[in-house]
Design a protein around this ligand. Structure first.
Ligand SMILES: CC(C)(COP(=O)(O)OP(=O)(O)OC[C@H]1O[C@@H](n2cnc3c(N)ncnc32)[C@H](O)[C@@H]1OP(=O)(O)O)[C@@H](O)C(=O)NCCC(=O)NCCS
Length: 167
């Protein structure tokens, strides 16, 4: 699958995209983790381990092992964004999920995140999804993601809170 808009190409990921996507993820999640640290405090945040390294490894491993379940955005042959997909069969429903996704901040606000999400949704529908979902944060750093998902048509949501204490 591949689609192009001006000089942006959205295509299926390849294992060789894994490191570029992982680096984009680390940069994109940095403001999110700064917010987590402020919210949780240094001690709890430290006990969560090296979240940047965990995100890098999660994205790198996913794209290396299941590239068909990920897409990338390219500008002039350079990977500037990525998105991962998940499918789950549950009591007859086929739930398609948008997983990790991010755009290089230098290319933000150009519609690339939206193009990738639309391509991901098309792919999940083609695979038989009857319900789509995406999980995101309620913090300030996730505001662009929430706006994007709501604009795409994700209108119904459940909110959750995760509590921590040191023991
Ligand atoms: C979410 C993300 C992928 C969007 O990528 P993007 O290419 O900048 O987004 P687009 O240009 O396609 O914008 C799509 C919509 O997102 C919203 N949006 C984008 N940037 C925004 C910002 N800085 N503030 C508020 N809303 C924003 C807008 O609603 C926009 O639609 P509009 O321009 O028609 O109003 C990007 O902001 C990102 O990488 N964020 C950090 C990682 C992250 O949160 N990933 C999702 C995890 S669940």
């Amino acid at each position: 699958m591949s689609s192009a808009h001006s000089n942006v190409t959205i295509r299926d990921a390849r294992p060789t995209d894994a490191d570029a996507a992982a680096s984009i993820a680390v940069e994109a999640w940095r403001p999110i983790y700064i917010g987590y640290r402020q919210a949780l405090g240094d001690e709890i945040f430290a006990r969560l381990g090296d979240m940047e390294a965990q995100k890098r490894e999660q994205v790198r491993r996913f794209i290396t092992s299941t590239p068909a379940d990920a897409i990338v955005a390219e500008v002039d042959g350079r990977v500037v964004g990525f998105g991962t997909l998940l499918m789950e069969r549950k009591d007859g429903a086929v739930v398609g999920e948008l997983g990790n996704n991010a755009v290089d901040a230098k290319y933000a606000g150009r519609g690339i995140g939206k193009m990738m999400a639309e391509a991901s949704i098309a792919k999940l529908k083609a695979r038989g999804a009857t319900l789509l979902k995406v999980a995101t944060g309620c913090d300030d750093a996730h505001a662009p993601a929430r706006r994007l998902y709501e604009k795409l048509g994700f209108q119904r949501s459940l909110q959750q809170v995760t509590y921590y204490m040191t023991v």
